[in-house]
Design a protein around this ligand. Structure first.
Ligand code: ADP
Length: 337
């Protein structure tokens, strides 16, 4: 089925590559992380050793993959990338690890989804750079230990809480990425508009930024779609996009002034209409909406919580009075507020 959330499509094309920051100095925002990382990278260069293993956590689209690539670029190292759900057996991971060269950066996305036997293989690889691999079968089965060259593992996770303690503890450097400040989103949009040669007014940029859910990936995605609608209307590459053109596009995409999409509104309306504002778990909501639970947990809910529309309580999710107001619903949640 086609995703009802256009945001969830990760754009991995040439245009995306043009704007992806390659160096730490081009990485906008997250100042604490950038400053600390810069110091650790310099120290590693002085020691002529690869950087310690790095764990990056935070919601999707905030720059974990970008940072992993920057780490490789800054260290002049080779970069390779895998996503944990593609690793079914420890042998799959052993193959990747044994192909590593000196000082390589290996990026494992969604590392919380690594199967336990593969995760255990990683312990030795991270700790003393050894892995045991099985050779032969049946009664002749045996294992040999191989030593890996020095390398840096960068793990990314949207759910740091799902990581086992032994895995988490093997990362010497851990950063949690936060949602971006509005001015950082504006900077990211301006930089992309310059690179893509999009002419747009400051108001139209603000109008995109307001709907970007404090997330660079969404900001860039919306910018491209607004650009499409504007070009389709004007037929002129040099035509300046103004606020009206941007809002026209958002109307077509059914994205409201707060950046809420149809799915966001449907989620909140389900809590209001089926559960009197909650508390309710995400599971029944995912059934009502016929939407994948992980999508709701990882992509949809974090921003609604941060925006103050949903509260997580021990008994489940509750809609806040602000959400009722935003949805234009009368009434509101019972008690608690
Ligand atoms: P994640 O791995 O956390 O899901 P990505 O690293 O894929 O996120 O980033 C998504 C998009 O946002 C990329 O196209 C990247 O160019 C852009 N981006 C992310 N963080 C920044 C930043 N700090 N400055 C500029 N662009 C960024």
């Amino acid at each position: 089925a086609p995703p009802i959330e256009p945001h969830l499509n990760l754009e991995k094309d040439d245009r995306e590559l043009q704007v992806r920051p390659a160096r730490l100095t081009d990485f906008v925002g997250q100042r604490d992380i950038a400053e600390n990382l810069s110091a650790y990278l310099k120290a590693a260069l002085v020691r002529r050793e690869p950087l310690d293993h790095v764990l990056l956590s935070g919601p999707p689209g905030l720059g974990k993959t970008t940072l992993a690539r920057i780490i490789a670029n800054e260290a002049g190292a080779r970069f390779s990338q895998i996503t944990a759900p593609n690793i079914k057996r420890p042998g799959d991971l052993a193959k990747i690890l044994s192909a590593l060269g000196e000082n390589d950066v290996l990026f494992i996305d969604e590392i919380h989804r690594l199967p336990a036997p593969a995760e255990e293989l990683l312990y030795g690889a991270m700790e003393d750079r050894t892995i045991d691999i099985a050779v032969g079968d049946g009664t002749l089965a045996n294992s040999v230990q191989i030593t890996l060259p020095p390398f840096t593992l960068v793990g990314a996770t949207t759910r740091p809480g799902d990581l086992t303690a032994p895995l988490r503890d093997r990362f010497g450097i851990r950063f949690h990425l936060e949602f971006y400040q509005d001015e950082d989103i504006i900077t990211i949009l301006s930089r992309a508009a310059d690179i893509w040669k999009i002419s747009m007014t400051a108001e139209s940029r603000a109008s995109v930024s307001r709907r970007a859910r404090s997330t660079p990936r969404i900001a860039l995605h919306l910018l491209r779609r607004v650009w499409d609608y504007a070009l389709a209307e004007s037929g002129d590459l040099s035509h300046e996009i103004d606020r009206g053109a941007a809002e026209f596009a958002f109307g077509k995409m059914q994205i409201d002034a707060e950046g809420m999409t149809r799915l966001d509104r449907q989620l909140m309306l389900s809590i209001a209409n089926h559960y009197q504002g909650g508390p309710v778990g995400l599971k029944p909501l995912s059934a009502i909406l016929a939407e994948d639970l992980t999508t709701l947990e990882d992509y949809v809910e974090p921003y609604l919580v941060r925006r103050g529309f949903i509260r997580r309580t021990p008994r489940g999710r509750m809609l806040t009075p602000e959400a009722y107001k935003h949805l234009g619903l009368s009434g509101g949640p019972q008690g608690l507020f």
